[in-house]
Design a protein around this ligand. Sequence first.
Ligand code: HAM
Length: 424
Amino acid sequence: MARIQKIKGFNDLFPEQSAKYALMEQRAREVFGRYGFGELRVPVLERTELFARSIGEDTDVVGKEMFSFPDRRGRSMTLRPEATAGVVRAFVDSGLHQPGRVSRYYTFGPMFRYERPQMGRQRQFHQINAETFGAAEPQADAETLLMLAAFLGSLGLDDLSFELNTLGCAECRPAYREALTGFFGSLDVNALCEDCRRRVKTNPLRVLDCKVPGCRDLVKDAPAVSSHVCAGCRRHFEAVLEMISAAGLKHSLNSRLVRGLDYYQRTTFEVCSGEIGAQSAVAGGGRYDGLVAALGGPDVPGIGFACGMDRLAMLLDPVLDPEPDFYLAVLDNRAEAQAALLAQRLRERGLGGELGYGAASLKSRLRQANKNRARTCLIIGLEEFEAGTVLVKDMTGHGQESVGRETLLDKLDRFFPSPSGPGR
Ligand code: HAM
């Protein structure tokens, strides 16, 4: 029979890889919990309109990269390309917001973008997201950035570069738009790609984010958004920079950082690594003050970020499982049922290990116990079967001892000094 192959850009994560993802989730829970965040789980499927209205029709994400399809009743649905829009929708849907209250959520999970797969870029990828609603103050921006740095630091990733920019607000954006339109008017617009020729009219800021090489060259001299922001935005940004500097977060300013999603205002940022190739951004985020209202909610500000777990995984050392407490070897078929029962009782007491199925030679079983990195090999041969005992062999090289099985279960601390399982 022909094999059914996996879909291009969609990966399987076997235990060695998954362990890294579990570690990232665990650290995120610990760190984000200290900042008052709680976990929110949102669906992976949303109405297409949600993303069109939040991320923006002119973005590459919405225009070219979404997995969208009609459901059985012909309504357009989309596998989420990012989490922020869904988190905002859930926040609005829930009606939980109370004036003056700050809400903080984190969420983990797969996202889907129809991009060209390459190293560090998949069509199904995984993000850790954190979003804060109801805080307009620069402290929230600073706290968001510092929490992100603390999370990355908890993974041992201290060698990453933080780049920041400010994109202005609804008040100062029109003047910048005008400056950009003026700049593009002075260029040979035909040198831009087809999408950008349209974007010049509909959403000129998006041209700055185009990945087509010709467009990239042309926008090099475009006016920078950060030099067109209003006094309020400038003060806000300066306050953020002051706070993160005081806290010791190394960063640099990048006036070209516009991000690929339309909803950002004021502070934006990206975190990059020099060690994972062209797709170097391991996290990105910023403030999105108009988004909750644009999705039908109260006019509350928002700020957040997402980390790319797959890219972070490339930077992490392998995560080793704890050494199993035992490997249980049966040397005579008649002992199989007794051995299964012993393994079960050990696991009920919180120990972990593998039961070797069927009977095999002592040599091959010891080899397997070694391969498993088991701390003890428990052996039931004919003699032990008949006597109701088990031979406990210390795999770290400190001898062996034959004991009654009840004695073994009664004196676990003696035979398994530091068990792997949480149960005891
Ligand atoms: P983003 O910059 O589009 O922002 O994605 C965040 C991170 O997800 C990227 O820095 C990257 O590490 C990872 N990522 C994106 N696309 C891919 C891909 N195709 N393959 C592998 N990794 C990828 C957002 O998604 C915003 N929602 C972040 C945010 C939250 N802003 C405010 N709140």
